[in-house]
Ligand binder design. Structure first.
Ligand SMILES: Nc1nc2c(ncn2[C@@H]2O[C@H](COP(=O)(O)O)[C@@H](O)[C@H]2O)c(=O)[nH]1
Ligand SMILES: [Mn+2]
Length: 373
């Protein structure tokens, strides 16, 4: 990387592509940027790559958090062994999930109230409309609901991946539109300004909304498993974390604004979830408190192939082989090629690259996959 005052480190094994190198270089030269870290799952995305952790002192770069503010993972054990799920159970689960956990919007809106209020009427209006209709929905792409088998105990676990739906992008776009500062082609807001504080407030709102969204889906699944199979969810063991956010932390006596776009916060002992793909293992971890990574880890395996390339090169036949032994919606097979396990980096390698950042506490293998694709 070219000389810049900001520090840089990465945990990737592969060489950075020229595009990723250029994007990282740009970040390193942006105003007030003190540190840039690329996690093992880093890959190219709009403006700022996924798997990026950026530290500043007083400027907020919304692009370094992304649109799906508060997107994250929730994981809970179900009080039953994984082999309880056979094709008969899988069929009835898919049938019910289709209307209990819709992909895009609810037939009827759910009124909701969060502790925090949005900073302006425009966003409040969107929340009353889209926010209500999207609460309890999964979202497209790689958002998922997955049943998994704990490799050690054989117990069945539920994992939910979703975020703030349309609200996150609406908040980001509103504040980018109202920001006047720009450095290295990236818009910023000063945390001490009225606009910066308003963005921070709305970002916190989006994180609350995303939490509420995952909890609403959990509530629906809890009722479903109870009604269908008399299975209960053990919420006392729930792990819940998000990977697109802004964190205020002190590193080596310096107060920093930590932007994470596709990265987990893993302070010492902090629990996080690192999923692999719909066909590979996922992990529960706890942080080792590594200050060099800005107390961060990867948030997944990360893509190694664009969606477009995956669609073009991975056949349905090949995908069905990759998903052998896993229940999924057969009718979505063609669409799911863009989510093929081989379009993601190898999670085993990603985990070994971040051994100094996190300790694995549980390994989970996919049993049933319900995807937003
Ligand atoms: N266990 C599963 N993991 C998956 C699946 N699809 C994607 N992934 C992983 O999640 C991360 C998070 O992606 P992001 O959208 O938040 O950037 C991704 O890097 C994959 O490793 C899945 O179906 N099951
Ligand atoms: Mn996500």
């Amino acid at each position: 990387m070219n000389k810049s005052k900001a520090s840089y480190r990465h945990w990737m094994s592969e060489r950075l592509t020229p595009e990723l190198q250029q994007q990282t270089q740009r970040l390193l030269h942006a105003k007030d940027v003190k540190h840039v870290r690329l996690m093992a799952d880093a890959h190219l995305a709009n403006d700022v790559c996924v798997g990026c952790v950026l530290a500043t002192e007083k400027l907020i770069y919304p692009a370094a958090i992304g649109g799906d503010i508060g997107c994250g993972m929730l994981s809970v054990p179900l009080g039953v062994d994984a082999d309880f799920i056979q094709s008969q159970q899988a069929e009835v689960i898919f049938k019910n999930l289709t209307h209990l956990v819709p992909i895009v919007k609810q037939a009827q809106g759910i009124p909701f109230e969060l502790d925090r209020k949005l900073s302006n009427e425009r966003l409040q209006h969107i929340a009353l409309r889209d926010g209500c209709y999207q609460l309890g929905t999964l979202g497209r792409g790689n958002h998922f609901l997955e049943l998994q088998r704990c490799v050690d105990t054989e117990q069945l676990w539920l994992m939910i991946h979703t975020g703030s739906r349309g609200m996150g992008p609406a908040i980001r776009d509103y504040h980018l539109h109202h920001s006047s500062g720009k450095s290295a082609s990236l818009k910023y807001l000063d945390i001490e300004s009225e606009q910066g504080l308003a963005y921070f407030n709305d970002l916190c709102w989006a994180r609350e909304y995303a939490n509420a969204n995952r909890l609403k889906i959990l509530e629906r699944c809890t009722a479903l498993f109870h009604d269908l199979f008399s299975i209960s969810v053990d919420e006392s063991k729930m792990i819940h974390c998000d990977h697109n956010h802004l964190d205020l932390i002190t590193v080596n006596k310096q107060d920093l604004l930590i932007h994470r776009k596709g990265a987990c916060s893993v302070t010492k002992g902090e629990a996080a979830i690192i999923p692999g793909s719909m066909g590979s293992d996922s992990f529960h971890v706890v942080g080792k408190g590594n200050a060099d990574s800005l107390f961060s880890s990867s948030h997944g395996a990360g893509r190694c192939m664009s969606r477009q390339l995956a669609r073009k090169t991975i056949t349905s036949n090949n995908l069905s082989k990759q998903l052998s032994g896993i229940y999924y919606q057969q009718e979505k097979l063609r669409l799911l090629t863009e989510e093929a396990p081989t379009s993601y980096k190898n999670i085993e390698k990603v985990m070994s690259l971040q051994k100094k950042l996190v300790k694995v506490t549980r390994r989970l293998s996919p049993v049933l996959s319900y995807k937003g694709t």
